[in-house]
Design a protein. Sequence first.
Length: 612
Amino acid sequence: MAKYCVLISVIWLLWGCGSSNSNNPPDLASVELPEVIEYDLQPTVEVIDAAEQQLEGLTVTAFMDQSFALLERRSIDDVIGANRESEFSDLPLHLSNISDEYYLQSIALKSFILQSLINYDLTAESEETKIGAAIFRQWLEREVEAGDYYLLSFPGTAYLVGWPSQTESYFTQVLTLDSSEQVARYLTLLNQVALRFAQIETLVTVRANAGIIEPSYTLQPSIDYLQSLADVPYNEHPFYRRLQTALQSGLGLTATERDEALLLAAAMIERRVKPAYLSLVQTLNSYSEQAPDEIGFSQFPNGAAFYQSQLNYFTETEQTAEQVHQLGLDQMVAIHQQMRERFALLGYPSTGSIAQLINRARNESGVIRSQSAVTFFENLIAEAYAQLPLAFNQIPITPVIVVGGPTGGYYIAGSDDGSRPGAFYAQTNQDLNYLTMPTLAYHEAIPGHHLQIALSQELQLPRYRREIRFTSFIEGWGLYAERLAFDLGWYQDDIYGDLGRLQFEAMRASRLVIDTGIHALGWSVQQAQNYSQTNVGFAASLPRYSVWPGQATAYTSGSLKLLELRQQAQDQLGNDFDYGDFHDAVLKNGSVSLRQVEESVNQYIMTTLTQP
């Protein structure tokens, strides 16, 4: 295939690098590096004209399939990360263009697609097509609206949503390295990291000129982390270690070829990647004196409107920040009452504070040694799998693995082609208290994220239906899964585990309070941390909340809606209610909006009621 011409040229370069000698440091300065290909931005009018010609005269089903494929071509990172290059002819092998110009061009294309979709008459279409059109339209509307606030972001932050973090996780966790071709692909992309970081610097500068600078609370830690990756020896850099680990499996390469691949990676990291990190550090440092002390987005131009837009999306409601804030306060009162009921069963004094009592429960719940943590999580997940038939008619085929390491508490979906399983990343570099371990496993793996996302990937749905994801549903499902485990009796005779579940539930309720507090109500860092310590028992993930406004509100909002729909089904169906059928109704359409979930559940109720 044409794109592998680049791969072949890289492999040719490997043979021209000179052999690495383990007894002497490699001469990285003499390694010939491939040319870095700059981006070529086609005029927007030409992009729209080409799309119009390609999509003209299509049925609505074909229109949605092909228009989404056009958009996918513009997100090359995602296509390559999913090992789907073969589905796109002449797809260039490079990292996605992250410039504002390219992003706004994508928004213009989405706007054109949205208007074209609206113009279709869906009256005679099937119910399935109407559902798909509703999902596609809602996603496009959100994407186009987000374009109005594109400047309101911190592209240089080292935290979760920043491009440095996303780039690092892309190379270390997303890209598969299972063959010699994928090694060559990895090296080709690695060679473009410096270009990626140059784009990040431009993004940061444009926002600073518009008065939007990352607050000092997260800016300085970001600078420190990026500086550490500019200073680290090449053979300790995450990009190098990822390749080195993969090459230990051989991957069809000779020992000499593996040495040459590592030599080329070392030269790229030393001469291009590390200087790129340093340059970004210098750019961020140049704005450090102007960085605000406050952490809320409402302090920035158009920030209040942006935050309300974020709330509308992540809660899927029209609630104001004040209403979301109050919802969190009300939820916390109810959760604390449930906690105190469990504390009483353990004989704890009723006069103790929530923070004191939860800390006592954590210490008394037992310790799982770090070297045993992965196995412990695996056993929890295996036990959960064994219980699934009691509440689910469909169980995913895609496996989930537990990956231990210095960071954790998150899930990365498996690839569509099955080459990469779903992965629950668990922090296992230290001993763990038992208290929250079951709930974490249920949320991230089974019956939480892995079950929902893997089932969605395995459904025979159009590509856009499998790729479009609604945070309120996904994260709402994760929190719902924690509660489901309780409802199914998985915490029976395990008061400590149930208290861990309630502590996690309190954490999610606190996010409604803290997120709105810092982004709309003027809360300080100390005020937010005091609330978390008092009501949850540990410090809040304030850096995450501050750089990703609104996202933290999706968990409780989505979970409450799912629980409301389940209660509605139970009330109306009585003895005819079935967990498996209810979960089929919730999950059968993949990741959809809560509005679509409600319609599906209502249909399930109606169908069940009318059955003879």
